[in-house]
Every structure is written in C-alpha cells, then in structure tokens.
Design a protein around this ligand. Structure first.
Ligand code: PLP
Length: 389
C-alpha cells in the first residue's frame, strides 16, 4: 500500500511549537545536562490539595463513571456563573451562556468550526497562542494577521487592517493578559475593540486564560463587563493557570448564547464530555478558598523580579509584565529568535521559547516562563553571565 498522504489542511499547519521544544529538551536531558527550563508555560506549583481531594472523593463515586453529556454538569455551570458574578460582576445564564471545555485550548481550536466557512477571514494577533491560527486553518478559514508591536503596547492596530480583509472577516481573536508578550489591555482597548467589531460585523473571541495571574495591584478585566458585550463576544477561561491544573484539562467558554450553542453543537459531535469527577473538582476550585491564587501570584512576582533584575544586571533591558508568567525579551544583536534560543540551550543549558514560533512578528524575541523556582532563575542568570563573557 502507498504511504498515506496527509490532508491539505494538516499539511498547512506548522509543526506544533512546544512539541519541538520538548524534543530538544529531552535530547539535552538524555545527554545528562542540567537544564533550566524557562520554555513551556506550565506551572511548576502543585494543584491545591483541596481540589485534589475533591477529585479523589468524586472518582470513588460510581455515579461519576459514565459519559458526561449535557454540555457540562449543571452544578459546574452554576459554579462558573457564580464565580463570574463575584469576580467581574457579570451575570451569566448557566444554562445558555456557559459551556465547560476540556481545557480552553479545545474550545478555542474548535470554535471556528461552528462559524467559519471556507475562505472566511479570522483576525488573529501575531505573535499569538498557536490554536487561534491553527483552529482557523482546520475550519478552512484564512488567518489574517494583526501584528502586535512593541510601539503599540502589543495591542492590535485596527486601522491597519485592509478593507478587503475586513469585509471577509467573521471572527477576531484577542488575548489579554497576553501570551507570549505579557502585555495587558485596559478598558479603553476593550471599548475600541467592541466598537470596531460591531461596526464591521466581526465576532470577538477573547481568551482570558491568564485573567487571574497578575501582580502588584493590577487586576485584569473581562470584555463581558462592557455593556452589551454579550451581543458580540465570547470569552475563554481556564482552570489551568489559575489553579495549577494544566494536566486536568478543564476550562470554559462564556458569553454570547448563539456562540455557545454553536460551539456546543460542534463539541457534541466530537467529544463526550469532561470526566464528572474533574468537573466536581472544578467546582471545588471555583468555590473553595482562593488564597492559593494570591500565594502563587506572590511566588511568580518574586521570580519575575529576580529574572528582570538579573537580566537588567546583564544589560538586557526588559519591560516588567503586570500579568502572566512570561517575560518577552528582544534577542541580542547578531541573533534571531531561533539562533538565540539555540545558543542559550547549547551554551548555557537554558530553554527559552523562540518568539518566531508564535508568529512572524514574534521574530527578534524570545519568551521566558517564570515556571521554575527563584533559585533556578538565579542559576540561569549566572549561566547567561558566563555565556555573555
Ligand atoms: N490560552 C492561552 C493564551 C494559553 O497560553 C493557554 C495555554 O498555554 C491556553 C489558552 C490553554 O489553556 P488550557 O487548554 O490548558 O485551558
């Protein structure tokens, strides 16, 4: 039999960035090297014990061993709506405006299947979390890139979008606090985005995965706090970063009813729900003590300061993020993103993510994640010092 050819849609996708980095890391480790991994955005802190206990208890209950259809458990949807009300003072109908997801990545990647037809444009920030682009391609859509540039505070400049592209655009992804740049958006930005989207009939997909990872006195807002935003937007949330639950695969989408119904229809044809025990643990996360978030943010903030100060002492100036656990740095003169990441790995045993993996406007940057203890960040700084010499 001839070797099977990949579909055109699969062939169009670039290799998944983090898989490539993981491979390089494994190879370096297999050679016995002590790597400081500032690569992938996966918290090193454990899931808080009360959430693990809730899972354990729920896993013992045979009633939780079945397919979890019903667009997520009503109890979990209600817990999400209550959390939203407490956190953002936004009312959500748990039956029609909330949809649990198998991690927000799953919902983000599937969402275009519900609304994008072949050739439709989707406005996608660049650099960005890859599923905005790749989910669009899977749905037969065309990602139209909105550059996120330092001079604009890494916010998209809507006035630069070509007229022709605007006419074809159906959806727009935005993501603040932002991965990979660490940038944040204020109310003015969300107001401009909403007005622009309404004017041009473009639906907004706001990814708020990092809404709770914030420092100093800064608290990110939700686009759904703006009056009438539910007419034009859906927001994606995740328990992954907030409660150190990346491996659990649980998040949600909320907002516009029609968008939620469309995504639910796609999902009902693809998956068969989230393990109920995990949904019950999700309720424990949202309704249990929230001090774990403050504690984790204190740790990230301490690491952020150690990394920023350390880089500063090397003459490597970076801006201090108000949110997310990412530092976005310009590469040194004479390097590009890939060669900088390669040099750091080969000469300093440090893994950083090349900015170009997040899109072409990420070229010239690398991303460092604050997901290792402060002592390891200090080791990384010492190694960079040696490397620079
Ligand atoms: N959105 C952004 C911007 C992310 O960086 C990530 C994960 O890194 C996600 C969404 C996905 O989170 P999850 O699928 O674990 O909920």
């Amino acid at each position: 039999m001839r070797e099977m050819k990949y579909s055109d849609r699969l062939a169009k996708l670039p290799p998944y960035l983090f898989a490539e980095i993981d491979k390089a890391k494994r190879q370096a480790k297999a050679r016995g090297r002590d790597i400081v991994d500032l690569g992938i955005g996966d918290p090193d802190l454990p899931t808080p014990p009360h959430i693990v206990e809730a899972l354990y208890k729920a896993a013992l209950d045979v009633n939780n061993h079945h397919y979890a259809l019903d667009n997520g458990m009503p109890e979990f949807r209600r817990a999400i709506a209550k959390w939203y009300q407490r956190r953002f003072n936004v009312k959500l109908d748990p039956d029609t405006e909330v949809l649990p997801l198998i991690g927000s990545k799953e919902g983000i990647a599937h969402f275009p299947l519900a609304f994008v037809n072949t050739g439709d444009h989707v406005l996608v920030p660049d650099p960005c979390y890859p599923p905005y682009r790749n989910g669009t391609i899977f749905a037969g859509g065309v990602p139209y890139l909105m550059p996120l540039l330092a001079e604009n505070g890494f916010l998209p400049d809507f006035s630069r979008i070509e007229r022709n592209a605007l006419k074809k655009a159906k959806l727009m992804f935005i993501n603040y606090p932002n991965n990979p740049t660490g940038a944040v958006a204020d109310e003015g930005f969300y107001r401009r985005t909403l007005a622009f989207a309404r004017r041009n009939n473009i639906f907004i997909c706001s990814d708020a995965a990092y809404s709770e990872i914030c420092f100093d006195a800064y608290r990110p807002m939700s686009i759904l706090q703006l009056g009438g935003a539910k007419d034009a937007a859906i927001e994606f949330h995740s328990l992954s970063k907030t409660y150190n639950m990346t491996g659990w695969r649980i998040g949600w989408a909320c907002g516009n009813k029609r968008a939620i119904a469309g995504l639910a229809k796609v999902k009902s044809n693809i998956d068969s729900g989230i393990f109920q025990a995990i949904q019950l643990a999700g309720i424990a996360a949202l309704e249990g003590p929230q001090s774990c978030i403050k504690k984790a943010n204190g740790i990230y903030q301490d690491r952020r300061d150690a990394l920023v100060d350390g880089l500063d002492s090397l003459g490597w100036r970076v801006s201090v993020p108000k949110a997310t656990f990412y530092i976005w740095l310009r590469v040194m003169r004479g390097y590009n993103s890939a060669s900088m990441a390669k040099a750091l790995l080969e000469k300093a045993d440090i893994i950083a993510t090349p900015g170009s993996g997040f899109g072409k406007y990420g070229e010239g940057y690398i991303r460092m994640a604050l997901t290792v203890p402060k002592e390891r960040i200090k080791v990384a700084i010492q190694r960079m010092k040696k490397f620079l010499r």
